[in-house]
Design a protein around this ligand. Sequence first.
Ligand code: GDD
Length: 326
Amino acid sequence: MKRAFITGVEGQDGSYLAELLLAKNYEVHGIIRASTSGNTANLCHLKADPQVFRKTLFLYSADLEDADSIRTPLEQCAPDEIYHLASQSHVGQSFEKVEETCRITGLGTLRLLEMTRKLPKAPRFFHASSSEIFGSPETSPQDEITPIAPITPYGAAKAFGTQMTRIYRKNFGLFAVNGILFNHESPRRGENFVSRKICRAVAMIKAGRQAELVLGDTTAQRDWGHACDYVRGMWLALQHLVPEDYVFATGRVHRVQDIVELAFQAVDLEARKFVRQEQQFFRPTDPRQVVGNAAKAQQILGWRPEITFEETIAEMVRFELQALGV
Ligand code: GDD
């Protein structure tokens, strides 16, 4: 039985990855950030399963800023594979919490790499990097050799973690991989990310519990996929013979406005009657031309996204309606 260690297991990606690995007969050890230990909604079904919880799934409360709190479960677990997903992952908030973002997202990654290197038998290491490392790139689509040129504090912190992962691979011989993940969504997305914010608001408006949806820049464009496809990519990346970096993306661009329209259409409401924009949700800088080329992941790992943008938004709206009993 293989053992996996996941940081950020309570998040969208962490919870889907835990399910995937449990289904592959892994023993899964997951770190939940100490300050958010109460918020494990994404893991409720696994915690409620007596065949799984504390049998093949083990959870620990720890903090990337506190090395000892991570080291103890990491050494106990002695994993074959580490999936490092934890971070301060909200780009907008990274402008308010610049130092905190760099400490958790940047230094936290370095700390974990260093601990990994010192384990008696170094496990394989996956770092969840981000399309934000490219900033507003001059070439489209972006791939593994697109220059790193972040324009947000979050992007800079991820760039540091990405480069450190490469340095530990080249200099210390660690099987360390960056998955350069473009946006990926699901019903488990945090509520302050735009896709979930929209789908949730649409359901609330349909239920008569909310009057309007207030957004930032609705012309902003992203390459949006589904989280389940991306966690499958993470696993595949660690099964390959040699460690490499991979872009995971759909190669298709949509606007925030496209999510708005799809979500309102799904409940037979006219978006323009309920949506307005407000300055507080605009970002000081926001990457443009973000679209990924996942040809390398496709060629080497046989990875390709299976769930479309339209299916993802439809699933998210359905989930929100069900949660409200509409
Ligand atoms: N959150 C949010 N809220 N975003 C808004 C809003 C709003 O009200 N209105 C417009 N947007 C725009 C943002 O300015 C951005 O251009 C786009 O919607 C997507 O924003 P988010 O959903 O917050 O995601 P992100 O692109 O900033 O970052 C996500 O994707 C990265 C790449 O995969 C996060 O998951 C990052 O952690 C991840 O690295």
